[in-house]
Design a protein around this ligand. Sequence first.
Ligand code: KIV
Ligand code: NA
Length: 265
Amino acid sequence: IKRVTTNTLKELKKKNEKIACLTAYDFSMATLVDAAGIELILVGDSASNVMAGHETTLPITLDQMIYHAQGVVRGVKRALVVVDLPFGSYQGNSEEALRSAIKIMKESGAHAVKMEGGKEIEESIIRVLSAGIPVMGHLGLTPQSIYKFGTYTVRAKEDEEAELLIENAKLLQELGCFALVLEKIPAKLATLVSQQIEIPTVGIGAGNGCDGQILVVHDMLGINKDFSPRFLRRYADLAGIMHGAFTSYIEDVKSGDFPNQKESY
Ligand code: KIV
Ligand code: NA
């Protein structure tokens, strides 16, 4: 199998072929996602929410991200594996950013890192890139700054914030980021950004004009039932299927039906 690289993604954009991305946080899920033909797997700090049960992405640590990334990398044969630098591991100190990114690359075997923000983390991005580590940008709704914004509503609806986002997208491209996540911004703005830069944009809640799409795998599988934003399309009802499996198992254990003779030694 030919591995997906950062260049593959740029080629896909040139060919006008959309890029399909999902998150994964462990070996088993990553194996399934990769085998389906996904181009990019993000070990997102959304693991803080969906794996650890935290309310925000802020608590997850660098070592916890590395633990998730290690499992994912072991399951992946083809996809590009990108790992989120967690909150506090890169902002405002480019030396720490570089140290964090190197630790992720060395200890997990992942292929790239992602950081939230534009101009304000410019030095960190430059420093990580200078070590030969590919960087994915992330603009729009940036969950690590949730306490600055106070809500998870759509970003950059006003002209001023939209212009700043376009500027930051161009800056990230200039610095050398290989791609850019656009989270929860108006479709029109995301389309404009995608047209104005050459590196691929990967949208989540950012409409159809992006060069690729990403969803949190637990959300699209319907494992997470209490998270229902408008942008989410559910491709399965795994919560229902799993509930059915668990209750059937309980019934079979209680009734003495499981294990039967064939299932015994
Ligand atoms: O952590 C995450 O899952 C993400 C994606 C939603 C882009 O950053
Ligand atoms: Na993230």
